[in-house]
Design a protein around this ligand. Structure first.
Ligand code: FAD
Length: 356
């Protein structure tokens, strides 16, 4: 077995270093693989069934799906639906498609579940700290700037209501800024999975950066396996190997997407309660749930919580969660009993610690 990771020159290669696709490394005659860039990062889709129209049709249809998603939820496209919503006035309902509403609803639900640790209106703070489409700050934002940005944040300022086949999205303040960046990759994995299944494909591995969906088996007839790598920066250092078996797996990390300013390190995970990037020792959180969208919402919330609160939240909600925590000695993996069944034999030893 060989280990390799797709390399991306893009800024949000942060999570690709966390996931090494194991079984899908060597394309075989019975395997089709497509890849590309989307959402500021990369995607790879590998199937071991026949796709109607073959590889060109698969590439074209996945590209079209991702382009449509970008037109709906990209805050990096000034002409997308979400950008027009963000620029629009208060109390003027915007008609959005069910595909986008599902992502917004997941953001709202996860916001309630996590006590506001995940907040899809956190965009003003993300931008203030230089992790959104706006430029990176040359100095630390002032307390006044943080207070002003925080006044614009809160899912209670957002309403989503069904309207026939569509939904109506309304903001209660004009300068609310909806940011679905944290959910986009998970949503894309799920949507690609749904496309494949509509086309009769039952054996696939989908990776949109840190959001992975798999079903069935690889070209050797084995379940797909995914590696979580140690965040040490050493290439290929595997912390553990996971077999998601039809579930959604998503990983968020704080250790690659960051910058240093005045001797301090600022990560892209923002705590909505303080308005500042998190500073604790939790460096990565992986979650397995039914959908990658849900896993993608929860991994960010856990990253906001920090190691102890994240583990107690995961245990309270019986979630399959795997955390990597920075310690004096290096890195320590801690996982819930619900995560244990997904762990496979790993090709090297390392310090992993189940938390029961
Ligand atoms: P995750 O942990 O999944 O998410 C972290 C991100 O979520 C942060 O970067 C911030 O945006 C947001 N966030 C931080 N704290 C919180 C919180 N408490 N609650 C909720 N959200 C929080 N990037 C580019 O550079 N160029 C592009 O062209 C581009 N296009 C994109 C198009 C789409 C449709 C989407 C969805 C994203 C795009 N991005 C782009 C953004 C980039 O891909 C995101 O930064 C990335 O999706 C963040 O995901 P992650 O896996 O790195 O981290």
């Amino acid at each position: 077995m060989s280990f390799s990771a797709p390399l991306s020159p893009l800024r949000h290669g942060a999570l690709l270093a966390l996931m090494l696709l194991l079984s899908a490394c060597q394309p075989s005659p019975t395997q089709t693989r497509i890849q590309g860039n989307t959402m500021g990062t990369y995607f790879v889709v590998t199937i071991t069934d026949t796709y109607p129209g073959g590889k060109p049709a698969l590439q074209k249809e996945v590209n079209a799906l991702l382009a449509r998603m970008n037109k709906e939820i990209s805050t990096y496209d000034p002409d997308s639906l979400i950008s027009r919503f963000n620029l629009g006035p208060a109390n003027a309902p915007t008609l959005i498609p069910a595909t986008m509403a599902k992502i917004v609803q997941q953001g709202i639900d996860a916001g309630h579940l996590t006590g506001g640790k995940l907040d899809v209106t956190v965009g003003p703070l993300v931008n203030l700290w230089g992790f959104g489409p706006d430029k990176r700050p040359v100095k630390r934002p002032s307390p006044e700037q943080i207070v002003r940005a925080r006044e614009r944040v809160g899912i209670d300022k957002l309403d989503l209501l069904p309207q026939g086949d569509h939904f109506l999205l309304t903001k209660r303040i004009a300068d609310l800024y909806l940011d679905l960046s944290t959910l986009g990759e998970g949503a894309a994995s799920d949507e690609i999975a749904a496309l494949l299944e509509r086309k009769g494909v039952d054996n696939y591995l989908i990776e949109v950066a840190g959001a992975v969906r798999s079903k069935g088996h690889n070209s050797q007839g084995n379940p797909w396996r995914v590696a979580i790598v140690e965040p040490s920066g050493k290439p290929g250092t595997i912390e553990d190997v996971v077999t998601p078996n039809g579930m959604g797996l998503s990983t968020a990390g704080s250790y690659l997407n960051y910058y240093e300013l005045d001797g301090r390190r600022y990560s892209h995970i923002i705590d909505p309660a303080t308005g500042e990037p998190v500073t604790h020792k939790l460096v990565s959180a992986s979650v397995i749930t039914q959908t990658t969208l849900e896993a993608d919402a929860l991994d960010t919330a856990l990253m906001v919580m920090g190691p102890e609160q994240a583990m107690s939240f995961a245990r309270r909600h019986h979630l399959a969660v795997y955390l990597i925590v920075k310690t004096e000695q290096g890195f320590e993996a801690r996982y819930t009993p619900e995560f244990a069944p997904y762990l496979s034999a790993k090709p090297q030893t390392g310090a992993t610690k189940p938390v029961s």
